[in-house]
Design a protein around this ligand. Structure first.
Ligand code: ADE
Length: 228
């Protein structure tokens, strides 16, 4: 069983439409839609926005559905001049940028206990996604995705995230899913299509482009499932 998580309804709508033999459970307020996609067993869930909802969703997929892989599909703000609206950020790792115990002498972003700043994600899945993007005509870049409970809409913050973590895209869930997957030994990758430039006009761009670019992420996810 493969788990697919999107934060918002638009990030999972297209994938849910493709499912056959559907069974739905509601756990902790999250709807888990089980079914087959191109003959593969999957469970798709709209986690809700932010790290806690995403973590609840990922842990539930692992414990209740026994997923062997989790894919996070959705949208993000770009943190690099190499990615613009409609381009695809593919995770090589994820950080929780709002994790900060620097007052105690730790580096910013360090996750105590596992002592990591960058949570690794699955390189084989990233490679497959990169190939899909090349074959489908989408510009893509592999790199670190930065997650925090915050919508990024300032040039200063965007520059800081890129300088501090070499992050290429910013959003609000993949870091927490990567954290859950890391401690459970579950392969994970995030696909994030750029909806905005994470600068002053990010809120307007996000509203204009979220539906269109979320569809791109869903279509890449569907192609990835075919290959697994
Ligand atoms: N998701 C899409 N754009 C985002 C942004 N600028 N900040 C956080 N999450 C996002």
């Amino acid at each position: 069983m493969i788990g697919i998580i999107g934060a918002m309804a638009v990030e999972v709508a297209e994938l849910k439409k493709l499912l056959q033999d559907v069974k739905v459970d509601c756990i902790s307020g999250i709807e888990f839609v089980q079914g087959t996609l191109n003959g593969k067993d999957v469970v798709v869930a709209q986690s809700g926005v932010g790290k806690v909802f995403a973590a609840i969703c990922a842990q539930t997929m692992i414990l209740k559905y026994g997923v062997s892989t989790i894919i996070n599909s959705g949208v993000a703000g770009t943190l690099t001049d190499q990615l613009h609206i409609g381009d695809v950020a593919i995770s090589t790792g994820c950080v929780e940028h709002d994790m900060d115990t620097s007052a105690l002498g730790d580096p910013v972003g360090l996750i105590s206990g596992i002592n990591l700043i960058t949570l690794p994600t699955d390189p084989k899945l990233a490679e497959l996604i990169s190939d899909i993007c090349d074959a489908s005509g989408y510009r893509s870049l592999r790199g670190v995705i930065a997650t925090g409970d915050q919508f990024i809409c300032s040039t200063e913050k965007r520059q800081w995230l890129n300088k501090e973590f070499q992050a290429i895209a910013g959003e609000m869930e993949s870091g927490s899913i990567a954290h859950v997957c890391y401690v459970n030994n579950c392969p994970f990758v995030a696909i994030r299509v750029i909806s905005d430039e994470a600068s002053g006009k990010a809120p307007e761009d996000f509203s204009s482009f979220v539906v269109e670019v979320a569809k791109i992420s869903s279509s890449i996810t569907q192609k990835l499932i075919e290959k697994l």
